[in-house]
Design a protein around this ligand. Structure first.
Ligand code: UD1
Ligand code: CA
Length: 471
């Protein structure tokens, strides 16, 4: 029978080398937290019994992000893994992390092997994870290693003359007199461990080391000393080893983000996306840009954004969880979040679509227009200087410059409805709740507080008086 695997993401640590009030796993690359990136790739693996995130330091924040990211995973496959969180109340090291997690995991699902990932190795990709698991085969314990010219703060892989793994020795504890000349092979922090092996060796871990912590890496020596099959799987040079770099410090995080940005740009170009100034195009791995779309940098596209073929996004736009339909044109300096723009719309420059905004096909939204929880119907136009919030605007409507939906009365939000083919004169205030029927006409400068029936003209402003000037 096929072996099953439980994946554990270690994200409970303090992250003392990242001097930020935000937990390390929540630091972002291209707009996504490290934890979300790792969850995304792990969830692509098939045949997982579950994915557990270990939280501890600032547990509630990390748990909330794990839950948010899990809920935002792409629509589930038949065998999508279940996702859980476990709390490590005291952070006594990566070995202690495993001691804490394993019994709880075992209570929640059946699995034969454990895949353990560090929550601060954000560039790991699903293909690399799958390849590692394949190469690890059925050994008792495997870890992925890498050769680095400068092994820095990473754990050192110690092998015997025959090349068999003997131990991983942490940088702090490495002593050339004891362990031999400092090797360049380092531990990437990715492990596949047979559950029985973990259960029998974990009680033997000790914290008698320079860090005073229980190290997961000590399992390697324990396994090797027992004569178990412990393997260090060395990723060959030039084989994408940068995907294994840890992001422990601001400098490492910036470097990881730079590498991810380069990787993403390469993927987009290979996928037939036209890019201008690619070095300043920041597209998250979660966002999908279709073949034949066109982007100009600088720009930022993150979350579950989708840009369909033929759409053109000019420079200086920020998109998050935005859907941009075919052949749309988004001019410069637009900000679009959790909103949908259907095919052939024109947007911006300087337009802001907030959550729940929808532009139906062929709509136009011009400069300094803001929309929130509002729908602009097919072919409708709001070309200048407007706020449309909590509004339902039918097709073929013209919203004059300076139109404002007054949706908030100080306590509650109210809706504005504008029927098809209506024309709203410039500088109109629509005091919600208010409903305008189809083909209504509103005189410029009106303050509309009452409903307008279909086909009516409404003018709500004081009549102009022209008097002779006093001499
Ligand atoms: C670890 C490895 C090191 C390896 C490196 C690769 C150990 C002892 N060392 O070092 O061999 O080269 O990763 O990146 O494992 N964590 C917990 N609970 C804890 C402590 C840590 O969940 O009690 C989590 C952290 O949040 C982090 C991960 O475990 O995501 C690794 O911990 P970290 O302190 O970053 O280990 P490194 O020193 O980088
Ligand atoms: Ca680390």
């Amino acid at each position: 029978m096929q072996e099953t695997t439980g994946a554990l993401i270690l994200a409970a640590g303090r992250g003392t080398r990242m001097p930020s009030p935000r937990p390390k796993a929540l630091q972002t690359l291209l707009g996504e937290s490290m934890l979300a990136l790792i969850l995304e790739e792990t969830a692509k693996l098939s045949g997982l019994a579950g994915i557990w995130t270990l939280v501890g330091h600032q547990a509630e924040l990390v748990r909330a992000e794990a839950e948010r990211a899990a809920a935002a995973l792409p629509p589930s496959r038949a065998d999508a893994p279940r996702i859980f969180c476990i709390e490590q109340k005291e952070q006594l090291g990566t070995g202690h992390a495993l001691m804490t997690a394993l019994p709880e995991m075992a209570g929640q699902a059946e699995f034969d092997r454990l895949l353990v990932l560090n929550g601060d190795v954000p560039l790991l990709s699903a293909p690399l994870l799958a390849r590692f698991m394949q190469e690890a085969g059925d050994c008792d314990l495997a870890f992925l290693s890498l050769e680095l010219p400068d092994p820095g703060a990473y754990g050192r892989v110690v092998r015997d003359r025959e090349g068999r793994v003997r131990a991983i020795v942490e940088a702090k504890d490495y002593d050339p007199a004891l362990h031999g000349a400092d090797p360049h092979e380092i531990n990437s922090g990715l492990y596949l461990i047979r559950r029985g092996t973990a259960e029998s060796l974990l009680p033997r871990l000790s914290s008698d080391n320079r860090g005073g912590e229980y190290y997961i890496t000590d399992l390697v020596k324990l396994a090797a000393d027992e004569g178990l099959d412990a393997r260090g799987i060395l990723l060959p040079a030039g084989d994408g080893g940068e995907a294994l770099l840890g992001a422990n410090t601001p400098a490492e995080l910036a470097e990881a983000e730079r590498l991810l940005q380069k990787r993403r740009v390469r993927e987009l170009l290979e996928g037939g996306v036209i890019l201008h100034a690619p070095e300043s195009i920041r597209v998250s791995p979660l966002a999908e840009i279709e073949t034949g779309a066109e982007l100009a940098g600088p720009c930022e596209i993150s979350g579950r954004s989708i840009v369909r073929r033929g759409a053109v996004i000019a420079s200086h736009c920020v998109l998050r969880d935005a859907i941009i339909g075919e052949d749309c044109r988004i001019h410069s300096f637009c900000h679009i979040e959790s909103a949908r723009v259907e095919a052939r719309c024109l947007v911006g420059p300087y337009a802001r679509l907030r959550p729940g905004a929808v532009l139906e096909e062929d709509a136009h939204m011009g400069n300094f227009v803001e929309m929130k929880k509002a729908r602009l119907g097919r072919g409708s136009k709001a070309s200048h200087l407007s706020y449309l919030g909590d509004a339902e605007i039918g097709p073929g409507v013209n919203i004059g410059a300076g139109t404002i939906t007054c949706n908030y009365d100080g306590t509650r939000k109210h809706r504005t409805v504008i029927g098809a083919g209506s024309f709203i004169g410039s500088n109109t205030a629509l005091v919600a709740p208010v409903e305008l029927g189809e083909h209504t006409l509103v005189g410029a400068g009106s303050v509309i507080t009452r409903d307008v029936n279909a086909g009516e003209l409404a003018v709500a402003r004081s009549r102009q008086v022209n008097l002779p000037r006093k001499k």
